[in-house]
Every structure is written in structure tokens, then in C-alpha cells.
Design a protein around this ligand. Structure first.
Ligand SMILES: [Zn+2]
Length: 169
């Protein structure tokens, strides 16, 4: 009797990132493995606690998840702007004061990094693009290009003849 039923037994289960349920036989949308997920997985593998689950969002969690994702994107945007602003402000004040203070520069980067790390607490991964459009109306039909003649008769007539009628001397 063969025990090998699952061809990839080491590769975890299909799990919803929102409700942690097994979505093996549910409608679910795959999660995009972005840098943050790969980073977390790398850390977990090093610690030996990686589960290697395949990440999904199940159908019933999609509205909730989409809201979390939007919130995260807003937070991340705000944190990035804030971090950039803090760094620029502190660098500017250091430069304009005429003396370079390493501590000011370091603390500027620490504050900026901290702002970005804080926004990670709201992290919600993106749903794989193409598999699902979260509650967005379908994009308007592309406007057909005005005047795109397939082949105008004159263009066809202007086509180069097979032979060369003129010969340069
Ligand atoms: Zn779920």
C-alpha cells in the first residue's frame, strides 16, 4: 500500500489568511506572494516554524479582507510620506545648522523605519491580480481607436512592386 497520496506533502495546506480556515474545498482567491510574505516566510524558515501554507482568501472573507487591504495601503502610504518627510526635515536642519550630527541622522532613519514598521502591523496581503477584483466596477470598455483603417485601397495600391522599375546610374 502506497502512502504517497499527496504529491507535495511538504507544502502545507490551503489556508485563508483572514479566518485561518482550510479552504481546500471552498471558493478562494490566491494571495500574491509579495516581498513581505517572502520575508516573513524566510524568517520563519530560519526559526524552523514555517508551515509553508498556501495562502488564500476565502470567498466569505473577501469583503473584510479588501477593506483591511485598503486600510493597510493607506497606512503604508501615510507612513512612507511621513518617514520621507522626517528624514528630509532632519537632514535639512542638520545641513543648515552647519555641523554634521551623526545622531540626528541616525535618529531620523530610526524614526522613519519605525513609522514603516508600525504600518506593517496593519499588513494585509494583496489578492493575486487577475483572480479577483475586489468590489470594483468593471473598467469601461476601451474606446475604439478613431480611424484605424485596416487597409486603405490607396495604401494597397502604393505597395512596392516586386521588381524595381528605376535603376540608378
Ligand atoms: Zn476566510
Amino acid at each position: 500500500m502506497s502512502e504517497i497520496v499527496n504529491p507535495r506533502p511538504s507544502y502545507g495546506k490551503k489556508m485563508c489568511v483572514s479566518c485561518q480556515a482550510d479552504v481546500e474545498d471552498k471558493t478562494a482567491f490566491p494571495i500574491k506572494e509579495d516581498r513581505i510574505i517572502r520575508g516573513l516566510r524566510a524568517i520563519k524558515m530560519r526559526l524552523g516554524i514555517a508551515q509553508m501554507n498556501k495562502l488564500f482568501v476565502c470567498e466569505s472573507c473577501v469583503p473584510k479582507h479588501a477593506e483591511r487591504r485598503r486600510s493597510f495601503e493607506r497606512t503604508m502610504l501615510f507612513a512612507s510620506v511621513f518617514a520621507g518627510f522626517v528624514v528630509l526635515l532632519l537632514l535639512y536642519s542638520t545641513i543648515s545648522s552647519g555641523r554634521f550630527d551623526a545622531w540626528v541622522v541616525i535618529s531620523a532613519f530610526v524614526v522613519a523605519l519605525f513609522a514603516l514598521l508600525l504600518s506593517l502591523f496593519r499588513y494585509a496581503p494583496a489578492i493575486e491580480s487577475g483572480s479577483f477584483q475586489p468590489s470594483k466596477p468593471p473598467p469601461p470598455a476601451p474606446v475604439p481607436e478613431p480611424e484605424e483603417p485596416e487597409e486603405r485601397p490607396e495604401t494597397a495600391a502604393k505597395k512596392k512592386p516586386a521588381y524595381k522599375p528605376k535603376k540608378k546610374r
